[in-house]
Write a protein that binds this ligand. Structure first.
Ligand code: WQD
Length: 338
């Protein structure tokens, strides 16, 4: 069975390709290499021993997308990661985000709508909830007004899929709302490759640990939480990748209850920034240099998933602990700096 993974050389995409190949799927990757490198393909092959088909392509080119689906008419399903994902950048460049994140989604759905039957997994985000009123967050939590164009593209993307699935009975879709993906494959052959100064907490921590950054700035310790720092649900990227395979199999096996379903994908456990720092010091066996600074604009106080639906309906559960994930991130950081 041939599966297209767009953005398949990215952080989450590459880990999903590994899990798909481990399950015997044939994988075609489309990536425009704007936020990844072709070397990631070697890492994937080194892990699985299998060679995915790779096509460098920008999905904003509608003709190229149409041509791809003509050439790969046997694509059974699509897992769609290709999108711009930096919250701060999206505020500076809204049109780039709306064009890249929405046009590409529309062009792919247009091609899938022509097929007799197809399966579609959408990379969504807990960012659609904003600051939820109730924790842990369930899939029925209200969608808040997006805090950034990036978050808005995830909300609009879900609406586009929902409206399309309403009128098409040949398209089955699942949106996975990720919490905070961290870590790397246990082989340290693939992992997160942030370009420039990392925006996210864990890569900044590991780069500080390795000496690439002098000091981590903790964005605020005056929040209404136990230790004053923000709480998030940090999920090992391999656990997240396995959730994609579970979702795809659910659709292929026809187990979905409707042709558009949504699942939160997290551990169900919230960790504060200081707890993450302490866990990193424990697994790396070294102190981390950090200082408390002012709050970061747009940060929500606390978010962690209610994982009941994913556990009981999707039949998937996160298996790795925060320490496991941080150790894998640390091993990866050390490997790429060798
Ligand atoms: C986590 C916590 C920061 C960096 C973002 C996107 C989300 C998803 C994941 C794409 C916060 C604190 C961070 C630092 C810090 N991306 N922090 N110092 O903001 O929860 O989610 O990335 O889908 O959509 O919004 O993740 O890792 O940036 O921050 O103190 O140098 O770490 O304030 O409390 P976030 P994050």
């Amino acid at each position: 069975m041939k599966i297209l993974v767009t953005g398949g050389l990215g952080f989450i995409g590459s880990h999903v390709v590994v899990e798909l190949q481990n399950e015997g799927f044939e994988v075609v990757i489309i990536d425009n290499l704007s936020n990844s490198s072709e070397k990631v393909l070697d890492g994937i092959t080194a892990i699985t021993g299998k060679q995915a088909i790779f096509e460098k392509m920008d999905l904003r080119d509608k003709d190229k997308v149409q041509d791809f689906f003509k050439r790969h008419h046997d694509v059974l399903g699509v897992i769609h990661f290709a999108a711009s994902k930096a919250v701060g950048e999206s505020v500076e460049k809204p049109l780039l985000y709306y064009e890249n994140n929405l046009n590409t989604l529309i062009y792919i759905l247009q091609e899938l709508s022509k097929k007799e039957s197809s399966h579609f997994i959408f990379s969504s985000s807990c960012t659609v909830y904003g600051q939820a009123d109730t924790l842990p967050i369930t899939e029925s939590a209200p969608i808040k007004v997006a805090e950034s164009p990036y978050g808005n593209t995830k909300q609009i993307g879900e609406e586009i899929i929902k409206d399309t699935c309403k009128i098409l009975n040949n398209l089955n879709a699942i949106a996975l709302r990720y919490f905070n993906p961290i870590g790397a494959h246990e082989t340290a052959k693939i992992g997160e490759l942030p370009i420039g100064v990392p925006q996210n907490l864990v890569p900044f921590i590991t780069q500080t640990g390795i000496g690439l950054r002098d000091q981590l700035s903790v964005f605020g310790d005056d929040y209404p939480t136990e230790d004053g720092t923000c709480i998030r649900d940090y999920i090992h990227v391999v656990d997240l990748a396995k959730a994609h395979v579970a979702a795809l199999k659910r659709l292929i096996d026809g187990k979905n209850q409707t042709n558009y379903e949504i699942f939160n994908v997290g551990t169900g456990k919230g960790s504060s920034v200081l707890e993450v720092i302490n866990a990193f010091e424990e697994v790396s066996k070294q102190k981390l240099n950090y200082k408390i600074v002012g709050r970061r604009e747009g940060d929500i106080i606390s978010a962690y998933a209610d994982t009941k639906k994913a556990n009981e309906v999707l039949g998937w559960r996160a298996e790795s602990s925060l320490n496991d994930a941080l150790l894998s991130a640390w091993n990866w950081e050390k490997k790429i700096r060798e």
